[in-house]
Design a protein around this ligand. Structure first.
Ligand code: ADE
Length: 225
């Protein structure tokens, strides 16, 4: 899989891809990440990529040309399954959307900044708008990283134990059950006996029950689905 991320602040995107599971996935060639600085696609001497909003209004708006130039260049080299714009106005990100995107081959992610982007970018190029939640960040870079992280960990070979991704919270509309490691007794706080019993059937039943109890307490809305 290949993901191209377009941003006015590309340095914000680099660190998460340089350690741990994401870095290993890149090293193993499971994923290719290409980060593009939108200022490299402006023809203005001052590297201008934003301008005032037609009709007035406070903030600056990302201009159409640099973004269009970058997307056109990418699309002339390969077909892209999704061209995604990260925005609080988009469809709310779910595990289901991540599962679907993890099946795609080439994805472009556009990060907004300032007051927003020229509407014509959305009309011409964007086929998915995604929000990571009902709150507003200063830009789309952190949301883009959230999206990439969720997708990459689903790709076969990226996690040492691929069954992990399937037992995640939300994969079946249930939150994950509690987990424990050594010591089995920490100042009187003991690991539940069933987990030490070696009885796989009982362990599995206990985990299902705990998942249900946690979901009912923290996210009853998931049980209504
Ligand atoms: N940009 C700013 N806030 C955002 C959000 N909640 N989701 C996606 N992109 C954003």
């Amino acid at each position: 899989m290949r993901i191209d991320i377009l941003s006015p602040l590309p340095h914000l995107l680099k660190a998460p891809f340089s350690t741990s599971i994401l870095a290993k996935a890149i090293e193993k060639k499971i994923i290719e990440i290409h980060i593009h600085d939108l200022r490299d696609y402006t023809k203005s001497d001052k590297k201008q990529i934003d301008d005032y909003s037609y009709g007035g209004g406070g903030g600056m708006v990302l201009m159409i040309e640099p973004i269009a130039r970058c997307i056109n260049k990418l699309q002339s080299s390969r077909d892209y399954d999704s061209v995604i714009f990260m925005t609080p106005e988009g469809k709310k990100l779910t595990q289901n959307i991540c599962n679907q995107l993890s099946q795609e081959k080439n994805i472009i992610i556009l990060c907004g900044r300032y007051e927003g982007i020229d509407q014509r970018i959305r009309d011409i190029f964007i086929n998915k708008e995604i929000s990571i939640g009902d709150y507003v960040l200063t830009g789309g870079e952190l949301p883009a990283l959230v999206l990439c992280d969720c997708i990459i960990r689903l790709l076969p070979g990226s996690m040492s134990n691929s069954s992990c991704a399937l037992s995640d919270s939300f994969q079946d509309n249930l939150l994950a059950p509690p987990i424990y490691t050594r010591p089995c007794n920490y100042h009187g706080h003991k690991v539940p006996d069933v987990l030490l019993s070696g009885n796989n059937k009982k362990i599995s039943e206990w985990r299902d029950e705990q998942s249900y109890v946690k979901t009912k307490k923290n996210r009853p809305d998931l049980l209504e689905k």
